[in-house]
Design a protein around this ligand. Structure first.
Ligand code: IMP
Ligand code: MG
Length: 181
């Protein structure tokens, strides 16, 4: 039933769907009376985004961004935007939707970029929260689905060497596989 490369299933398809319902209901209340821009961070956030928006009961706009940060010799790499948002976000309520927050380095840069464009508000929603961050240095998610231990997970958008994103559940990758790569 499950992929042999998975050591342990953390969240089943059913658990994921339930959590997305919960988050969707909560976010619909939070943004009631506004037309927020839900920003899908390609590529990993796509399955979470698709599941989440099914549970949004207010008007909203869907936008996409594909960005990463180049880690040079310094830990403060620059943000590399490969695909930018299609609209002007000045005075808009923006919700960044991503699969997982780990060190938070990339998210902090994206957050600052969106704030600099004059958004009315910028909030962060991730499905998973891997608390792997130095407090006060990088950003925290405003909303998230589950806390997970500091382990490498795949599925529901999350990859290992760019594969396994299509698994409908989230699992911990076997250590042997992780080491081989
Ligand atoms: P951060 O900048 O360290 O917060 O990491 C950001 C990105 O790293 C996430 O958006 C994911 O794409 C990736 N990432 C972090 N942890 C994992 C994991 O356990 N599995 C798969 N991808 C991960
Ligand atoms: Mg990502």
């Amino acid at each position: 039933m499950y992929d042999s490369r998975i050591e342990k299933v953390l969240f089943t398809k059913e658990q994921i769907e339930r959590k997305c319902q919960e988050l969707g209901t909560m976010l619909s209340n939070i943004y009631k009376g506004k037309i927020p821009v839900f920003l899908c961070m390609l590529r990993g956030a796509l399955p979470f985004y698709a599941e989440l928006i099914k549970n949004i009961t207010i008007d909203m706009e869907m936008e996409y961004m594909y960005a990463n940060s180049y880690q040079g010799t310094k830990s403060t790499g620059v943000l590399n935007i490969k695909l930018d948002i299609g609209i002007d976000i000045r005075d808009r309520e923006v919700l960044i939707v991503d699969d997982i927050i780990d060190t938070g380095v990339t998210m902090t840069k994206i957050y600052k970029e969106l704030v600099s464009r004059g958004a009315a508000s910028v909030k962060i929603c991730t499905f998973l929260n891997k608390p792997n961050r130095a407090k006060g240095i990088t950003i925290e998610p405003d909303y998230y689905g589950y806390d997970i231990p500091v382990k490498y997970v795949v599925g529901f958008g999350m990859d290992y060497n760019n594969i396994m994103r299509n698994l409908p559940y989230i699992g911990v990758l076997r250590q042997e596989i992780y080491q081989k790569g």
